[in-house]
Design a protein around this ligand. Structure first.
Ligand code: GDP
Length: 282
């Protein structure tokens, strides 16, 4: 078994874990489910491809505008998740939905508890989605805070029983740090082979606000900074060809450095990167 730690897979989807229009929106989990079920809108990496927006438009017409544009099929998933969650909790809700979508892999939310990310900025403390959407990630970031929650039952065992853990190019501060802060996760990762793909090329994130968050937390905005965040458990960092000059510096932090094209701008590029990650696993 191979485990992948994932937060968002793109800025708009990071509107994780909140209620909108009465439905629970765990956008990141839904993105994982839709991706694995081949239903994802892969232009936005949010919602379902070819979805319709009849409910969203009608809500606007009758005076209930939504911050999020939720499609009809996507909304059905969210309505079902809300109902299942109330009865069985989030982990079981995800299990049931994954099964319904024909997904064989396990998709496990990091916690049954509400995990809240706050961005402390020069204009005040903002909810993560307000920072991203309403303020378009523009304010100066001073700090990033998230609530301490308990890991979902079985997460630690899942990591420990994995042949390897892959951390894809994810925002290390808002997507991965909350997972790493769960009790027992870092320790379990130390005992498992971990490969991480750097989301930073040169001194910038490929997309999204990761650089801003790293800067605010005094983490060097580079693959070296990413390696430092993961250094207690990381075995192999995959960096882009453009950063090959960081090789020797990185080798002082991580056992193995893999250099390749990490820009996933085509299906071939994605497949190549996936193959390289798999080949990294001993
Ligand atoms: P976000 O920061 O809100 O987008 O949250 P995510 O956890 O989804 O972060 C995705 C991370 O992946 C961002 O920090 C991007 O810099 C990075 N990223 C996006 N596309 C690519 C890519 O094609 N290659 C690499 N190496 N990184 C990417």
């Amino acid at each position: 078994m191979i485990t992948v730690l994932s937060g968002g897979t793109g800025t708009p989807k990071s509107l994780e874990n909140d209620y909108f229009s009465g439905v629970y929106v765990s956008a990141d989990i839904d993105t994982v489910l839709y991706t694995m079920a081949d239903m994802i809108n892969d232009e936005l990496w949010y919602g379902v491809k070819d979805d319709t927006f009849i409910t969203h438009e009608r809500l606007e017409e009758i005076g209930c505008p939504e911050l999020l544009r939720i499609g009809d099929i996507d909304r059905a998933t969210k309505i079902q998740k809300t109902q299942l969650m109330e009865r069985h909790g989030l982990k079981r809700a995800c299990e049931i939905q994954a099964k319904n979508m024909g997904i064989e892999s396990k998709v496990i939310p990091m916690s049954e508890e509400y995990s809240d990310i706050k961005i402390v900025t020069d204009i005040g403390e903002l909810e993560f989605h307000d920072f991203l959407i309403k303020h378009q990630s523009q304010p100066k970031v001073l700090d990033v805070k998230f609530s301490k929650v308990s890991p979902t039952e079985g997460i630690i065992e899942t990591i420990r029983n994995s042949r390897a853990v892959i951390i894809g190019p994810s925002n290390p501060i808002t997507s991965i740090s909350p997972i790493l802060s769960l009790e027992g996760v870092r320790e379990a990762l130390k005992d498992t082979y971990v490969v991480a793909v750097s989301p930073i090329i040169g001194s910038n994130a490929v997309s999204g606000p990761a650089s801003k968050f790293m800067e605010a937390l005094n983490v060097e905005v580079s693959s070296v900074g990413v390696a430092q965040l993961y250094k207690d458990f990381l075995d192999n960092i995959v960096i882009d060809d453009k950063d090959s000059s960081l090789n020797s510096q990185l080798k002082q932090i991580v056992n193995k450095v893999t250099i390749t094209n990490t820009i996933m701008n085509s299906l071939d590029a994605k497949k190549n990167l996936a193959q390289i990650i798999i080949d990294c696993i001993p």
